[in-house]
Design a binder for this molecule. Sequence first.
Ligand code: 5GP
Length: 188
Amino acid sequence: MVRKGLLIILSGPSGVGKGTVRKELMKDPSLNLFYSVSMTTRPIRPGEVNGREYYFVSREEFEKNLEEGNLLEHAEFVGNCYGTPKDKVEKMREEGKNVLLEIEVSGTMKVLEQCPDALSIFLMPPSIKELEDRIRGRKTESEEAIAERLEKARSELTMSHLYAHVVLNDSVERAAAEIASIIKNAAK
Ligand code: 5GP
């Protein structure tokens, strides 16, 4: 029988570099990861591909999925909806894959209520200043959205103690290596 895979939550404020660290982790086949692509109503950014970064859907479609019970969790984040499709998470775990969710803090709390054995990891920015520089550097958000994301980040940082692991993103390679060792330990 295949051993059920882990449910891993990679969280932390917008701009901390979750996506970059995740991509680094995905390069390591020994971690046996499956990345769960979320659904969102936020507009697609240049360079993003539907079905790769997110499933980009209308609000109607998002609400339909919600009503039909297709989402493991969902959250509203700075005016847009985000949610984790349920179907693949269970299926891939049953097949022995370690499923990685990249989600914000309130969604993490909802997943932990349902799956207390999920491995929760909070990626911590070296400073708020660095976070701001990264969000600005993306050049994808308006001044208003940047301010909202920073405000949200400040409140999310106060929740880091609710996670099993807090990892400082001082360097992508170092943070990814620390997370890889957390995953390997949990999978033992
Ligand atoms: P962004 O718009 O920058 O791609 O994402 C905004 C925030 O939503 C990020 O913190 C991201 O991790 C989070 N997020 C992405 N997908 C999901 C999801 O399915 N559920 C929840 N709760 N948050 C998500």
